[in-house]
Each structure stands twice: as C-alpha cells, then as structure tokens.
Ligand binder design. Structure first.
Ligand code: SAH
Ligand code: DHB
Ligand code: MG
Length: 223
C-alpha cells in the first residue's frame, strides 16, 4: 500500500467516526465541484478541528480569509451562537456565489457575510468600520500575502484571540530558505512574524491525510 493510500484510509476512518458528513456538508462539496471550484477545502476532520477550536475559544466573532465554496466556513459557523457573526473574504465572485448558496442551505446566512474582493482591500475597509475584535481568524487565501494577513489579524483581534494559518507545509517546501516560490516566501515570512512578534505565541503542526502532506500554524494573541 502506498503511503498516501494509508493516509487516506486513516483519514476515512477518523472522518467516519469523528467528523461524519451530513446532507449540508455533502451538498456544499457537491455544488462546489459542480461549479468547477478546485477541491482545496479543508478535510472534514480538519473542519471539525476548526469547529472545536472556535468552540474552545468561546468564539462569537470569526473572520475567515479565503472562502472558496464555504466548506470551512460552515464548520466555523456551526461553532457560533445564534447571535454570533462571521465574515469571510473571497476574491472570486463565482466562488462567493457558491459559498452564499452553501451557507444559506446551512442556515448560516443570518450570521455570516461573504465579502467579495482582494482580501487586503477588504481588510482595510473592515478596519475602517472599527468592528468589535474577532475571537478567531482563519487565514486560507493567497499564501503570498500571509504575513500581511497576520498583521491585519493582529489589528482586528484581542488578547486571547486565535489566529490559524492553513497550508504552511505544502509538501515540505516551507523549509527552503532560498525558495523563489512567492507562496513559500509568504508563508515563511508569516511564520517568522509569529515567532518574533511580542504579541504572538505560536506553533506549527504537520498534517497528512486526504489533502496530502501539509500543515497549519496556530498563534495566540498575547496581552
Ligand atoms: N477556506 C476554504 C478554502 C479556501 S481556498 C475551505 O477550506 O473550504 C483559497 C480561496 O482564497 C480561493 O477561493 C481563492 O479564490 C481565494 N483567494 C485567493 N486570493 C485571494 C485574495 N487576494 N483575496 C481574497 N481571496 C483570495
Ligand atoms: C491550495 C490552497 C489551499 O488553501 C489549500 O488548502 C490547498 C491548496 C492551493 O492554492 O493549491
Ligand atoms: Mg487551505
């Protein structure tokens, strides 16, 4: 058996047991696929991890950067109370339209908002609105901007908030200090920022599974 087949089998086992799909999640992936969106959503067990982390945070307000079809958004949204709020930023209007449909089907349209545009611009506009701090920020868009997204996340959160950065391993490419890949450089810069910033305490974890070999970083905002 190949290594990746083994990873898939273990993910299937964990997911069936601990993060089973339901009609709403299945339909979200089906409609995303039918609309031609790439299958780069988080895996089900990773979505469940996002939900658990949001619940452990006692999160009432979540910010997501990179919506795609709203699959991770549904997991995060389900962690929120009825008066919670979730904003998710998406560059591609087609992706955003699919996500809005998926969020409505999930009954999350009342507490969630998909904002279309380049996230750096959407973040600046959001900051102008002087919002209440976000309890959790999930960064999962264009990796080249990851350090900027971490900086914005710091501005829009409070001590105790959690910042999560997806896809920090990308098959191991992250260890190359001379990489010319803008995504790798962006992610390395974000990790260095987490390591040096006086208001952040973080770590990073490698993952294997149905989405290949990758990982995520977690950072807590300090007082
Ligand atoms: N969080 C999703 C996956 C997001 S994939 C999930 O796990 O289900 C990354 C998304 O970021 C894509 O939909 C892509 O269109 C979007 N994106 C890329 N560059 C962006 C930018 N500059 N601003 C906002 N969204 C961007
Ligand atoms: C890609 C982006 C993601 O957010 C992800 O989880 C996997 C892959 C990509 O751009 O290839
Ligand atoms: Mg991702």
């Amino acid at each position: 058996m190949s290594e990746s087949q083994l990873w898939n089998d273990v993910d299937d086992y964990f997911t069936t047991l601990l993060a089973p799909s339901d009609d709403i999640l299945t339909a979200a992936l089906r409609d995303s696929d039918a609309a031609g969106l790439p299958p780069i959503n988080v895996a089900p067990n990773q979505g469940k991890l996002l939900q658990l982390l949001a619940q452990l945070q006692g999160a009432r307000r979540v910010l997501e950067i990179g919506t795609l079809g709203g699959y991770s958004t549904i997991w995060l949204g389900r962690a929120l109370p009825a008066d919670g709020h979730l904003i998710t930023f998406e560059y591609d209007p087609g992706h955003a339209e699919v996500a809005r449909g998926n969020l409505a089907r999930a009954g999350l349209d009342k507490i969630s908002e998909v904002r279309v545009g380049a996230a750096l611009e959407s973040l600046a506009k959001l900051a102008d609105e002087d919002p209440e701090p976000y309890d959790l920020v999930f960064i999962d868009a264009d990796k080249v901007n990851n350090p900027h997204y971490v900086e914005w996340a710091l501005k829009l959160t409070r001590p105790g908030s959690l910042i999560i950065v997806d896809n920090v391993v990308r098959g191991g490419a992250v260890t190359d200090p001379d990489s010319t890949d803008p995504s790798v450089r962006g992610t390395r810069a974000a990790l260095e920022l987490i390591s040096t910033h006086p208001k952040l305490s973080g770590t990073a974890v490698q993952t294997v599974g149905s989405k290949g070999y990758d990982g995520f970083a977690l950072a807590r905002v300090l007082p």
